[in-house]
Design a binder for this molecule. Structure first.
Ligand code: AMP
Ligand code: ZN
Length: 459
């Protein structure tokens, strides 16, 4: 089955095929590790995970690189103002920048584990790839695409005829993008020029993280990090690059500019962007303090895997408004699937008609809502044996990632079995007093008792 993906570059649906099948090269912009991970981030990483699992289902071998941004991402990243986020986190918590980065990387990993996101094949840290970034910057300076000022080295957007194509912005629109009251480098030639290297002077004189370079001590700009790490591990042209929609106008535009000017050819074939998880219509973010973490979810006794179901109910290209009611309802659906998993042990044969419908939904630009509909149809299908249903559901869970195989099975002891048999006999004989007493006895053993047309069922 062929996968169709929406490519931000062409603003249209396109058939996806990798450059060198069966391998798919996929680069995912990773987190800036300066503060807590929230479920807004997880919308993006669950999205990457579903895309990767779909590619695996289709028989591809996915080389998935996700970076860790531990230097160079400024608080005002649209116009390069403010301070380095990691340095800001360090000041806030009275720790070193290295401790902050390590602590929040760990926290990010815990969140990934909680929502069962597969770890990337390679997870490079920006601070481990400074020589690659310097080399790329040198190439851009040599080719005349970059210039040095007293404060930094900038990419010269006027030299790139294609600049702005991803976000469909004209360079002239960007000229008014910076407010007059924001003090930037007076030697900067165009407001959209962006830093490839910041020198450790002026407001950055006290930067804890810095390296030696042909332009003196300093640290890399955020955008060059992703270009350098993507090319280091995936080559100069990669199949898929992902990010949140906020990355389209600046970060990804800049990644394309510097990568393509350095190599002379296409950097990314498919750009995939996730819309936001919002709260009351606003992006869930640390700066707005409208965010929730995995601990908040645990505190409400909700299974973190319910976040996966919540995310899958909406197209990744549409905003998803977060409410606790919606998450609680997703948790109820998850419990239904877990109950099924708990009571099914015998694996029959996965039903191809059903799995084909499931895969077809995913091939339709990762239509997870449609894919979930095939799951509920499967559970309600009375024409299939329970064993076949279970095998089919397990196949689907390779992409859903709800850990259904790991759900502990219901253990029915010999004692319970004999109580059930006695209770069924009592009910047939319309001896309701004994039937009620036997129910109480089963409940005292920790079972939940249900009456069904085929007799007593326990959970
Ligand atoms: P950051 O750590 O801020 O660089 O964000 C890491 C990734 O998470 C980026 O690709 C963001 O676009 C994405 N992201 C952050 N907040 C949200 C949100 N509320 N909804 C969807 N994606 C988000
Ligand atoms: Zn990036």
């Amino acid at each position: 089955m062929a996968l169709t993906l929406y490519n931000t570059k062409s603003r249209s649906l396109e058939f996806f095929a990798p450059l060198a099948a069966p391998t798919v090269t996929m680069y995912a912009c990773g987190p800036t590790v300066y503060d807590k991970t929230h479920i807004g981030h997880m919308r993006k990483y669950i999205g990457d995970d579903i895309l990767r699992r779909t590619l695996i289902l289709l028989g591809y071998n996915v080389k998935h690189v996700m970076n860790i941004t531990d230097v160079g991402h400024l608080t005002g990243d649209e116009n390069e103002t403010g301070e380095d986020k990691i340095e800001k986190g360090a000041k806030r918590e009275g720790k070193t920048v290295w401790d902050i980065a390590a602590m929040y990387t760990r926290e990010f990993h815990e969140t990934m584990r909680a929502v069962n996101v597969l770890f990337p094949t390679i997870e490079p840290k920006a601070t481990d790839h400074i020589p690659q970034m310097i080399a790329l910057n040198e190439k851009l300076v040599e080719k005349g695409f970059a210039y040095e000022t007293a404060q930094a080295v900038y990419f010269d957007v006027s030299k790139d005829a294609h600049y702005g194509e991803l976000s469909r912005q004209k360079l002239s629109d960007k000229e008014t993008g910076v407010r007059d009251d924001v003090v930037t480098d007076p030697e900067k030639r165009h407001p959209a020029d962006f830093a490839l290297w910041f020198k450790r002077i002026g407001k950055f004189a006290d930067h804890q993280m810095y390296w030696h370079s042909p332009w003196g001590e300093g640290f890399p700009g955020w955008h060059i990090e992703c270009s350098a790490m993507a090319m280091e591990y995936l080559g100069e042209t990669i199949d898929i690059h992902t990010g949140g929609i906020d990355h389209v106008p600046v970060h990804h535009e800049n990644e394309i500019a510097q990568s393509e000017c350095a190599t002379g050819h296409e950097f990314v074939r498919f750009w995939v962007h996730y819309d936001f998880l919002t709260v009351d219509g606003e992006k869930m973010s640390k700066s707005k303090s409208n965010f929730y973490t995995i601990e908040d979810i645990h505190a409400k006794n909700i299974d973190p895997l319910a976040v996966r179901l919540l995310v899958m109910q909406t197209s990744y290209r549409k905003p998803l408004n977060f409410t606790w009611e919606a998450l609680t309802s997703a948790d109820g659906q998850l419990k239904k699937l877990q109950r099924f998993a708990r009571t099914h042990t015998e694996e029959g044969a996965a039903q191809q008609v059903v799995t084909d419908a499931f895969t077809a939904a995913l091939c339709d630009d990762i239509n997870t809502a449609k894919a979930l509909a095939t799951v509920w149809e499967l559970l309600g299908d009375t024409s299939l044996s329970e064993a076949d249903k279970w095998a089919t559901l397990l196949h689907m869970d390779e992409v859903l990632g709800l850990r259904l195989k790991e759900v502990p099975k219901l253990e029915i002891t010999e004692v319970a079995r004999s109580l059930i048999a006695k209770r069924d006999a009592a009910r047939t004989a319309k001896d309701f007093a004994s039937s009620d007493a036997l129910r109480a006895e089963l409940e005292s053993l920790g079972y939940e008792v249900k009456d069904t047309p085929s007799g007593t069922v326990i959970e």
